[in-house]
Design a protein around this ligand. Sequence first.
Ligand code: SF4
Length: 330
Amino acid sequence: MQSVYYERARDIAHALQLGSQPGARFIAGGTNLLDLMKGDVEHPVKLVDVTHAGMDQVYEQPGGALRIGATARNSDAANHPLVRERYPLLTQALLSGASPQLRNMATTAGNLLQRTRCPYFTDTAFDRCNKRMPGSGCGARDGWHRMHAILGASDACIAVNPSDMNVALAALEAVVVVAAAGGERRIPMADFHRLPGKTPQVETALQPGELITGVELPPPRFNRCHYLKLRDRASYAFALVSVAVLLQMDGGTIRAARIALGGVAHKPWRVPEAEALLAGVQLTDEVGRQVAANLLAGASAYPDNQFKLELAQRAVVRALRNAAESREGA
Ligand code: SF4
Protein backbone atom coordinates (compact mmCIF):
# COMPACT_ATOMS: atom_id res chain seq x y z
CA MET A 1 0.00 0.00 0.00
CA GLN A 2 1.25 3.47 -0.85
CA SER A 3 0.82 6.37 1.56
CA VAL A 4 -0.55 9.63 0.20
CA TYR A 5 -0.73 12.96 1.99
CA TYR A 6 -3.88 15.05 1.72
CA GLU A 7 -4.13 18.81 2.18
CA ARG A 8 -6.97 21.20 1.52
CA ALA A 9 -6.21 24.53 -0.19
CA ARG A 10 -8.08 27.61 1.05
CA ASP A 11 -7.43 29.70 -2.08
CA ILE A 12 -5.49 29.68 -5.35
CA ALA A 13 -2.24 31.00 -3.87
CA HIS A 14 -2.40 28.36 -1.14
CA ALA A 15 -3.09 25.67 -3.74
CA LEU A 16 -0.04 26.71 -5.78
CA GLN A 17 2.10 26.63 -2.66
CA LEU A 18 0.87 23.18 -1.61
CA GLY A 19 1.10 21.88 -5.18
CA SER A 20 4.71 22.93 -5.72
CA GLN A 21 6.04 19.73 -4.13
CA PRO A 22 7.21 17.14 -6.69
CA GLY A 23 4.65 14.37 -6.97
CA ALA A 24 1.76 16.56 -5.73
CA ARG A 25 -1.50 16.46 -7.67
CA PHE A 26 -4.53 18.71 -7.51
CA ILE A 27 -7.84 16.99 -6.90
CA ALA A 28 -11.49 18.09 -6.74
CA GLY A 29 -14.20 15.62 -7.84
CA GLY A 30 -11.70 12.78 -8.08
CA THR A 31 -13.88 10.84 -10.55
CA ASN A 32 -10.90 9.93 -12.72
CA LEU A 33 -7.80 10.34 -10.54
CA LEU A 34 -9.08 8.23 -7.61
CA ASP A 35 -10.07 5.41 -9.97
CA LEU A 36 -6.59 5.44 -11.48
CA MET A 37 -4.98 5.50 -8.03
CA LYS A 38 -7.05 2.51 -6.96
CA GLY A 39 -6.01 0.78 -10.18
CA ASP A 40 -2.31 1.38 -9.43
CA VAL A 41 -1.98 3.57 -12.54
CA GLU A 42 -1.47 6.95 -10.81
CA HIS A 43 0.79 7.34 -7.78
CA PRO A 44 0.67 10.89 -6.42
CA VAL A 45 2.71 11.62 -3.32
CA LYS A 46 0.30 14.28 -2.15
CA LEU A 47 -3.26 15.29 -3.04
CA VAL A 48 -4.06 18.98 -2.87
CA ASP A 49 -7.82 19.38 -2.62
CA VAL A 50 -8.85 22.54 -4.49
CA THR A 51 -12.59 22.08 -3.98
CA HIS A 52 -12.73 25.02 -1.56
CA ALA A 53 -10.19 27.27 -3.30
CA GLY A 54 -12.87 29.60 -4.70
CA MET A 55 -12.99 28.41 -8.31
CA ASP A 56 -16.50 26.98 -8.55
CA GLN A 57 -18.45 29.92 -9.97
CA VAL A 58 -19.83 30.62 -13.45
CA TYR A 59 -19.94 34.33 -14.21
CA GLU A 60 -20.03 36.88 -16.99
CA GLN A 61 -16.93 38.89 -17.79
CA PRO A 62 -16.60 42.41 -19.22
CA GLY A 63 -17.10 42.27 -22.99
CA GLY A 64 -19.56 39.37 -22.88
CA ALA A 65 -17.25 36.40 -22.29
CA LEU A 66 -18.27 33.75 -19.77
CA ARG A 67 -15.95 32.28 -17.17
CA ILE A 68 -16.58 28.76 -15.89
CA GLY A 69 -14.58 28.02 -12.77
CA ALA A 70 -12.20 25.07 -12.67
CA THR A 71 -14.13 23.35 -9.89
CA ALA A 72 -17.64 24.11 -11.18
CA ARG A 73 -19.37 20.74 -11.28
CA ASN A 74 -20.26 19.49 -14.75
CA SER A 75 -23.96 19.36 -13.81
CA ASP A 76 -23.86 22.94 -12.48
CA ALA A 77 -22.06 24.22 -15.57
CA ALA A 78 -24.41 22.39 -17.93
CA ASN A 79 -27.51 23.76 -16.22
CA HIS A 80 -26.31 27.29 -15.51
CA PRO A 81 -28.82 29.72 -17.09
CA LEU A 82 -26.10 31.64 -18.96
CA VAL A 83 -24.62 28.44 -20.36
CA ARG A 84 -28.01 27.06 -21.39
CA GLU A 85 -29.00 30.33 -23.01
CA ARG A 86 -25.74 31.34 -24.74
CA TYR A 87 -23.79 28.10 -25.16
CA PRO A 88 -26.34 25.28 -25.54
CA LEU A 89 -23.69 23.30 -27.43
CA LEU A 90 -21.75 23.00 -24.16
CA THR A 91 -24.88 22.00 -22.26
CA GLN A 92 -25.62 19.29 -24.82
CA ALA A 93 -22.07 17.93 -24.69
CA LEU A 94 -21.85 17.95 -20.89
CA LEU A 95 -25.19 16.22 -20.46
CA SER A 96 -24.22 13.52 -22.94
CA GLY A 97 -21.23 12.53 -20.81
CA ALA A 98 -20.99 9.96 -18.00
CA SER A 99 -23.98 9.61 -15.63
CA PRO A 100 -25.91 12.12 -13.47
CA GLN A 101 -24.01 10.95 -10.37
CA LEU A 102 -20.63 11.45 -12.05
CA ARG A 103 -21.63 14.83 -13.50
CA ASN A 104 -22.56 15.94 -9.97
CA MET A 105 -18.97 15.30 -8.87
CA ALA A 106 -16.84 15.90 -11.98
CA THR A 107 -15.42 19.37 -12.53
CA THR A 108 -14.39 21.55 -15.45
CA ALA A 109 -10.65 21.12 -14.86
CA GLY A 110 -10.99 17.42 -14.14
CA ASN A 111 -12.84 16.94 -17.40
CA LEU A 112 -10.13 18.84 -19.28
CA LEU A 113 -7.53 16.53 -17.73
CA GLN A 114 -9.54 13.34 -18.08
CA ARG A 115 -7.25 10.55 -19.19
CA THR A 116 -7.83 8.03 -21.94
CA ARG A 117 -9.99 4.98 -21.29
CA CYS A 118 -7.73 2.72 -23.37
CA PRO A 119 -7.84 -0.57 -21.41
CA TYR A 120 -4.10 -1.15 -21.81
CA PHE A 121 -3.59 2.12 -19.95
CA THR A 122 -6.14 1.58 -17.18
CA ASP A 123 -5.36 -2.10 -16.50
CA THR A 124 -1.90 -2.79 -15.11
CA ALA A 125 -2.26 -6.49 -15.99
CA PHE A 126 -1.19 -5.41 -19.48
CA ASP A 127 2.56 -4.90 -19.76
CA ARG A 128 2.65 -2.67 -22.85
CA CYS A 129 1.45 0.91 -22.75
CA ASN A 130 3.70 3.82 -23.69
CA LYS A 131 1.39 6.24 -21.93
CA ARG A 132 1.55 4.40 -18.59
CA MET A 133 5.11 3.06 -18.96
CA PRO A 134 7.04 5.07 -21.60
CA GLY A 135 9.09 2.82 -23.85
CA SER A 136 7.09 -0.34 -23.14
CA GLY A 137 5.21 -0.38 -26.46
CA CYS A 138 1.56 0.01 -27.40
CA GLY A 139 -0.64 -2.96 -26.61
CA ALA A 140 -3.62 -1.54 -28.48
CA ARG A 141 -2.02 -1.48 -31.94
CA ASP A 142 -1.97 -5.27 -32.26
CA GLY A 143 -4.66 -5.85 -29.64
CA TRP A 144 -8.14 -4.46 -29.03
CA HIS A 145 -8.49 -1.07 -30.73
CA ARG A 146 -12.16 -0.70 -31.58
CA MET A 147 -12.48 2.60 -29.68
CA HIS A 148 -9.18 4.04 -30.85
CA ALA A 149 -7.96 6.91 -33.01
CA ILE A 150 -8.28 7.32 -36.77
CA LEU A 151 -6.61 10.75 -36.86
CA GLY A 152 -3.41 12.19 -35.42
CA ALA A 153 -2.19 8.91 -33.93
CA SER A 154 1.45 7.81 -33.84
CA ASP A 155 3.27 4.50 -33.67
CA ALA A 156 3.67 5.14 -29.96
CA CYS A 157 -0.02 5.62 -29.10
CA ILE A 158 -3.42 5.41 -30.79
CA ALA A 159 -5.55 6.43 -27.80
CA VAL A 160 -8.40 8.95 -27.92
CA ASN A 161 -9.41 11.75 -25.59
CA PRO A 162 -12.66 10.48 -24.01
CA SER A 163 -14.24 13.82 -23.04
CA ASP A 164 -17.41 15.26 -24.55
CA MET A 165 -16.93 18.64 -22.87
CA ASN A 166 -13.54 19.07 -24.53
CA VAL A 167 -15.07 18.67 -27.99
CA ALA A 168 -17.59 21.44 -27.37
CA LEU A 169 -14.93 23.69 -25.82
CA ALA A 170 -12.75 23.19 -28.91
CA ALA A 171 -15.57 24.22 -31.25
CA LEU A 172 -16.37 27.19 -29.00
CA GLU A 173 -12.68 28.23 -29.10
CA ALA A 174 -12.52 28.40 -25.33
CA VAL A 175 -9.42 29.52 -23.50
CA VAL A 176 -8.01 27.59 -20.54
CA VAL A 177 -6.87 29.96 -17.78
CA VAL A 178 -3.95 28.69 -15.74
CA ALA A 179 -2.28 30.01 -12.57
CA ALA A 180 1.38 29.47 -11.81
CA ALA A 181 3.89 30.85 -9.33
CA GLY A 182 4.99 33.36 -12.00
CA GLY A 183 1.46 34.61 -12.75
CA GLU A 184 -1.45 33.69 -15.00
CA ARG A 185 -1.35 32.38 -18.54
CA ARG A 186 -4.05 31.61 -21.06
CA ILE A 187 -3.97 28.58 -23.35
CA PRO A 188 -6.34 28.33 -26.35
CA MET A 189 -8.16 25.00 -26.46
CA ALA A 190 -6.50 24.21 -29.78
CA ASP A 191 -3.13 24.21 -28.00
CA PHE A 192 -4.14 22.69 -24.68
CA HIS A 193 -4.22 18.99 -25.61
CA ARG A 194 -1.33 17.38 -27.50
CA LEU A 195 -1.14 14.70 -30.15
CA PRO A 196 0.76 11.64 -28.88
CA GLY A 197 3.87 11.77 -31.09
CA LYS A 198 6.73 9.98 -29.35
CA THR A 199 5.69 11.12 -25.87
CA PRO A 200 2.05 10.08 -25.35
CA GLN A 201 2.49 10.38 -21.59
CA VAL A 202 2.58 14.19 -22.05
CA GLU A 203 -1.04 14.97 -22.77
CA THR A 204 -1.45 18.71 -22.26
CA ALA A 205 0.43 22.01 -22.35
CA LEU A 206 0.27 22.29 -18.54
CA GLN A 207 3.62 22.62 -16.79
CA PRO A 208 4.37 21.01 -13.40
CA GLY A 209 2.78 22.95 -10.55
CA GLU A 210 0.39 24.88 -12.81
CA LEU A 211 -3.25 25.01 -11.74
CA ILE A 212 -6.23 25.38 -14.05
CA THR A 213 -8.41 28.11 -12.55
CA GLY A 214 -11.14 28.25 -15.18
CA VAL A 215 -12.25 28.20 -18.78
CA GLU A 216 -13.28 31.30 -20.66
CA LEU A 217 -15.86 31.16 -23.44
CA PRO A 218 -15.73 34.00 -25.98
CA PRO A 219 -18.88 36.07 -26.50
CA PRO A 220 -21.39 33.96 -28.44
CA ARG A 221 -21.59 34.66 -32.16
CA PHE A 222 -23.25 31.54 -33.57
CA ASN A 223 -27.01 31.06 -33.75
CA ARG A 224 -27.28 27.32 -34.47
CA CYS A 225 -25.60 24.32 -32.87
CA HIS A 226 -25.71 20.58 -32.40
CA TYR A 227 -23.69 18.02 -30.47
CA LEU A 228 -24.03 14.54 -31.93
CA LYS A 229 -22.64 11.63 -29.94
CA LEU A 230 -22.62 8.13 -31.39
CA ARG A 231 -21.90 5.34 -28.91
CA ASP A 232 -22.53 1.70 -28.18
CA ARG A 233 -25.44 2.33 -25.79
CA ALA A 234 -27.76 5.24 -25.16
CA SER A 235 -26.10 6.50 -21.96
CA TYR A 236 -23.01 6.14 -19.80
CA ALA A 237 -20.75 5.25 -22.72
CA PHE A 238 -17.83 7.01 -24.36
CA ALA A 239 -18.18 8.30 -27.89
CA LEU A 240 -17.23 6.17 -30.84
CA VAL A 241 -17.50 9.40 -32.79
CA SER A 242 -18.91 12.74 -31.72
CA VAL A 243 -19.37 15.99 -33.63
CA ALA A 244 -19.79 19.49 -32.21
CA VAL A 245 -21.16 21.99 -34.73
CA LEU A 246 -21.65 25.75 -34.45
CA LEU A 247 -23.18 27.68 -37.34
CA GLN A 248 -23.79 31.37 -37.87
CA MET A 249 -26.75 31.36 -40.24
CA ASP A 250 -28.41 34.18 -42.07
CA GLY A 251 -31.66 32.83 -43.46
CA GLY A 252 -30.61 29.65 -45.23
CA THR A 253 -27.01 30.75 -45.76
CA ILE A 254 -24.15 29.80 -43.47
CA ARG A 255 -21.90 32.75 -42.69
CA ALA A 256 -19.41 30.97 -40.41
CA ALA A 257 -18.94 27.51 -38.91
CA ARG A 258 -16.93 25.68 -36.29
CA ILE A 259 -16.72 21.89 -36.14
CA ALA A 260 -14.86 19.65 -33.73
CA LEU A 261 -14.74 15.87 -33.70
CA GLY A 262 -14.47 13.65 -30.64
CA GLY A 263 -13.67 9.97 -30.26
CA VAL A 264 -11.30 10.04 -33.22
CA ALA A 265 -8.01 11.47 -31.94
CA HIS A 266 -5.83 12.18 -28.91
CA LYS A 267 -7.42 15.65 -28.81
CA PRO A 268 -10.59 17.28 -30.17
CA TRP A 269 -10.10 17.40 -33.94
CA ARG A 270 -10.57 20.61 -35.89
CA VAL A 271 -9.65 21.53 -39.46
CA PRO A 272 -10.18 25.26 -40.16
CA GLU A 273 -10.07 24.63 -43.94
CA ALA A 274 -13.09 22.33 -43.61
CA GLU A 275 -14.99 24.97 -41.66
CA ALA A 276 -14.14 27.57 -44.31
CA LEU A 277 -15.90 25.45 -46.96
CA LEU A 278 -19.20 26.31 -45.27
CA ALA A 279 -18.85 30.09 -45.36
CA GLY A 280 -21.39 31.66 -47.71
CA VAL A 281 -23.08 28.44 -48.80
CA GLN A 282 -26.46 26.81 -48.35
CA LEU A 283 -26.13 23.48 -46.60
CA THR A 284 -26.82 20.34 -48.61
CA ASP A 285 -25.75 16.79 -47.87
CA GLU A 286 -23.27 17.07 -50.74
CA VAL A 287 -21.68 20.09 -49.07
CA GLY A 288 -21.69 18.15 -45.80
CA ARG A 289 -19.87 15.25 -47.45
CA GLN A 290 -17.21 17.61 -48.83
CA VAL A 291 -16.71 19.10 -45.36
CA ALA A 292 -16.48 15.61 -43.86
CA ALA A 293 -13.92 14.53 -46.45
CA ASN A 294 -11.83 17.58 -45.59
CA LEU A 295 -12.11 16.98 -41.85
CA LEU A 296 -11.15 13.34 -42.24
CA ALA A 297 -8.31 13.80 -44.72
CA GLY A 298 -5.44 11.52 -43.75
CA ALA A 299 -7.58 9.33 -41.51
CA SER A 300 -6.47 5.72 -41.19
CA ALA A 301 -7.74 2.81 -39.16
CA TYR A 302 -6.78 -0.53 -37.67
CA PRO A 303 -8.88 -3.64 -38.38
CA ASP A 304 -11.32 -3.19 -35.49
CA ASN A 305 -11.98 0.52 -35.90
CA GLN A 306 -12.33 0.61 -39.70
CA PHE A 307 -16.01 1.32 -39.19
CA LYS A 308 -15.15 4.71 -37.71
CA LEU A 309 -14.04 6.02 -41.11
CA GLU A 310 -17.55 5.84 -42.55
CA LEU A 311 -19.25 6.49 -39.21
CA ALA A 312 -17.36 9.79 -38.80
CA GLN A 313 -18.17 10.84 -42.34
CA ARG A 314 -21.88 10.18 -41.85
CA ALA A 315 -21.85 11.77 -38.39
CA VAL A 316 -20.48 15.03 -39.76
CA VAL A 317 -23.19 15.20 -42.44
CA ARG A 318 -25.93 14.47 -39.92
CA ALA A 319 -24.60 16.86 -37.27
CA LEU A 320 -24.41 19.68 -39.81
CA ARG A 321 -27.97 19.00 -40.93
CA ASN A 322 -29.20 18.86 -37.33
CA ALA A 323 -27.42 22.11 -36.47
CA ALA A 324 -28.86 23.92 -39.48
CA GLU A 325 -32.35 22.77 -38.51
CA SER A 326 -31.92 23.53 -34.78
CA ARG A 327 -33.66 26.35 -32.97
CA GLU A 328 -31.83 29.67 -32.69
CA GLY A 329 -29.07 29.68 -30.10
CA ALA A 330 -25.61 28.19 -30.00
FE1 SF4 B 1 -1.15 2.88 -24.13
FE2 SF4 B 1 -1.84 4.65 -25.99
FE3 SF4 B 1 -1.23 2.23 -26.75
FE4 SF4 B 1 -3.45 2.62 -25.31
S1 SF4 B 1 -3.06 3.36 -27.37
S2 SF4 B 1 -1.92 1.00 -25.06
S3 SF4 B 1 -2.85 4.35 -24.03
S4 SF4 B 1 0.17 3.67 -25.73
